[in-house]
Design a binder for this molecule. Structure first.
Ligand code: ZN
Length: 524
């Protein structure tokens, strides 16, 4: 009797399991079809955001366009998050269940306005911003995935909450920490983020990204006529120069792990006025948050010294920051299974020909586009020199994983016009659609399997944050640095002529009259 009941239970369990597996497979197929059905939407988002070419804290057109799409899809929109005018959160819920957040950056870089699909430096609007990293494609991954998952949830009676939000001003590391501070993730279980790359992969644990504090030091002195009565003046510019000299001498005696760089953002007005205001903007990077903070303390001491030497006063404002990236193990492994299932996009001969032409143009090996998926990378043993990202603040607040999807051409340099060349071509369209599939399927895993959400949380609490707790680099008196990139609006009228109009043109390249693939320079 007991044995029979045991057998019956076993039978029931295995039936339930295989029914679940079958259901899961069918739902995944259905979701993949839904995402494929949005290829046109993905392409339009990639091309539109590229054409807006907005830099940090000026992503107004991008916001209008994306929130419009999401509102039409049934999401409710909150704008002005944490007092940042271009920050928004789109939310949709149909009841109890996992709360899944989708994110990607949307901002471009100052001065990198660039015609896509060509083979040379060709600004659309001289001096204006541009997508010299490829941030325009990532938000297409997130929006496409979120809308497709919502449609599946409605069709199949799955319940939960979906959130979509943009990384604004990421290039200044200036906004995600404020989303955290505003409580944007208080009710969120997991964040699925992404970043453009040239392969398809993900990672968990600490990756090679540095902790950073971006801080501006402003000195205040006394203005005076530079020839009539210079002894009355106290030069804030002198203080900036002495601070930089002090830092550069001290740099020799800092551990080589550090990276620091600065620009003078205000050097005074004209030579015959002793500058009563001057500012220098530093990035302090190191391999741990504590080590980055020690650099700030040292810089404060050097600023104090510069102030004493020049009879000026100083203040420091944190303009941005980044914690080291740390991907969630359970989420990364689930995502990687979907990467294996989806595979790389099917590049056409034209895609490969254009990629090789770009690589030859920039002096890189003409290897074309990758055709094999990347690895699932684990934690680095030691964080080395590398870039930083404000996603760190999110990763240390809520279980987060980041997908790297293909949209850039290997061999091009980011923060350079080269990286914009492929960013509004079929390469980015296909890469973003592939990324959307992987992201959507990972969200479905979370909706279908509560134990995956639990595993993500367990890793977060018991491993990632067991000994290290997130603290913001910003102090009580710091506010979001929405004053950055003030010159951006002066280019807007000229940039409007380049906005993509999907109602008239199939693709942005078509609107611009650029043949694809363009295999010779325009001048040749
Ligand atoms: Zn980026």
């Amino acid at each position: 009797m007991h044995r029979l009941r045991f057998m019956a239970t076993l039978l029931l369990a295995s039936t339930t399991f295989s029914a679940f597996a079958q259901d899961s497979a069918a739902l995944k197929a259905e979701l993949t079809t839904l995402v494929d059905g949005k290829a046109k939407l993905t392409q339009e988002i990639v091309d539109s955001v590229y054409s807006f070419a907005e830099v940090g804290f000026h992503e107004y057109e991008t916001m209008r366009y994306l929130t419009g799409l999401l509102e039409e899809a049934g999401f409710s929109i909150e704008t002005g998050v944490a007092g940042m005018p271009t920050a928004w959160i789109a939310t949709w819920s149909n009841g109890e269940g996992p709360a899944i957040s989708f994110n990607s950056d949307v901002d471009g870089l100052p001065g990198l306005s660039q015609m896509p699909g060509v083979l040379e430096r060709m600004p659309q609007v001289e001096g204006a911003g541009g997508h010299g990293e490829g941030h325009n494609a990532g938000i297409a991954v997130s929006v496409t995935a979120a809308i497709a998952v919502k449609e599946l949830m409605e069709a199949e009676g799955l319940t939960g909450t979906l959130q979509v939000w943009p990384g604004i001003a990421e290039e200044a590391l200036a906004a995600k920490q404020w989303f955290v501070a505003a409580g944007a993730f208080d009710d969120i279980d997991v964040v699925l983020s992404n970043h453009v790359g040239n392969g398809l992969g993900t990672s968990w644990g600490l990756s090679n990204s540095m902790s950073v504090v971006s801080a501006e030091y402003t000195f205040s002195g006394v203005s005076a006529h530079g020839a009539v009565s210079p002894w009355v003046g106290r030069s804030a510019l002198d203080a900036v120069e002495l601070m930089n000299a002090g830092w550069n001498f001290r740099r020799e005696h800092l551990h080589p792990n550090q990276r620091s760089h600065y620009v003078i953002t205000n050097g005074g007005l004209q030579p015959n006025i002793v500058p009563d205001k001057a500012s220098v903007w530093y990035y302090f990077r190191n391999t741990s948050p504590e080590a980055a903070l020690e650099m700030v303390e040292l810089a404060d001491a050097i600023a104090e010294g510069a102030g004493l030497m020049t009879g000026t006063t100083w203040e420091r404002k944190v303009l941005g920051s980044g914690w080291p990236s740390h991907g969630n193990e359970a989420l990364a492994k689930a995502m990687y299974a979907n990467i294996e299932a989806v595979g790389m996009p099917e590049w056409s001969e034209d895609d490969q020909a254009y990629a090789k032409a770009v690589q030859e143009t920039v002096g890189a090996a003409p290897i074309g586009l990758r055709t094999e998926i990347g690895q699932l990378s684990g934690p680095v043993q030691q964080v080395g020199s590398g870039a930083s990202d404000d996603i760190g603040a999110v990763m240390w607040t809520v279980p987060t994983v980041r997908l790297s999807y293909p949209g850039n051409i290997a061999g091009t340099t980011i923060h350079n016009w080269q990286a914009a060349l492929g960013s509004a071509t079929p390469i980015a369209h296909k890469g973003a659609l592939t990324g959307a599939k992987v992201t959507a399927l990972t969200a479905l895993d979370l909706l279908l399997d509560p134990s995956l959400v639990e595993a993500a949380k367990t890793y977060f609490t018991d491993v990632q944050t067991k000994d290290i707790q997130y603290f913001p680099f910003e102090s009580e008196t710091d506010v979001p640095s929405i004053h950055l990139n003030p010159e951006a609006e002066s280019f807007r009228e000229a940039q409007k002529e380049f906005y993509y109009d999907p109602s008239k043109y199939d693709t942005y390249l078509e609107q611009l009259g650029i043949e694809y693939p363009q295999l010779t320079k325009s001048a040749e």
